[in-house]
Design a protein around this ligand. Structure first.
Ligand code: MN
Length: 204
């Protein structure tokens, strides 16, 4: 599951007021590329786009099932956290949005969701604040804080669980801070969140 426009400044750069409720889309399992800590994972630049965008995100991995979960108990479903990249064919997404069509081609392509090492909540604690950053070839492009989420992780889990039966193994991309932009073949992307192992990919 992925949350769209969950940081106000990013919502504004995507053309909304920044005050709208977040909403959800999905990526298929084939989107996920596990990336081991300390390695640089090659990720293919996808076909059909001239504007592949980076979005660094906190990924929440669920370890328990739940439906209609109260926000106050949502934390119990969390197994752990990782740094993820929601790679986006922005030009296609913009065209689909204009026509009111679904986003799958823009968001759900193969290898569109690299995910770093999942670190157990038991070890790293419950993440509610902390820096989240992305650099391209060593130059910082995105920088924010987890406490800038419009809907926090517990609220996201609660909301999702009212519409889907969540199961252990589900992962949730929780939205990206401002500063998204295009990347090209050969770029080295480095994502980080305070308290977690970072993620590094190279577009090939
Ligand atoms: Mn995203």
């Amino acid at each position: 599951f992925c949350v769209a426009q969950n940081y106000a400044q990013h919502a504004v750069e995507m053309g909304s007021s920044g005050r709208e409720d977040p909403f959800f889309f999905m990526k298929p399992a084939s989107s996920v590329v596990p990336v081991a800590a300390g390695t640089v994972q090659p990720v293919p630049y996808p076909s059909g786009t001239q504007s592949l965008h980076h979005e660094v995100e906190l990924v929440v991995a669920l370890g328990r099932c739940g439906s209609n979960v109260d926000p106050a108990r949502a934390e119990e479903l969390i197994y752990g956290y990782a740094v993820g990249l929601d790679l986006t064919r922005r030009d296609l997404q913009t065209a689909l949005k204009a026509k009111g069509r679904p986003w799958e081609i823009a968001k759900g392509f193969e290898a569109s969701g690299p995910v770093g090492a999942i670190m157990p909540r038991e070890e790293v604690g419950t993440l509610v604040r902390g820096g989240i950053r992305l650099s391209v070839d060593g130059e910082e492009r995105q920088s924010g804080d987890l406490d800038q989420m419009i809907w926090n992780v517990n609220e996201i889990i609660s909301h999702l669980s009212r519409h889907w039966s969540l199961v252990a193994g589900d992962i949730v991309f929780t939205g990206t801070p401002a500063g998204v932009g295009a990347v090209v073949r050969g770029n080295h992307l480095q994502g980080s969140i305070d308290g977690l192992d970072g993620i590094q990919v190279e577009l090939v």
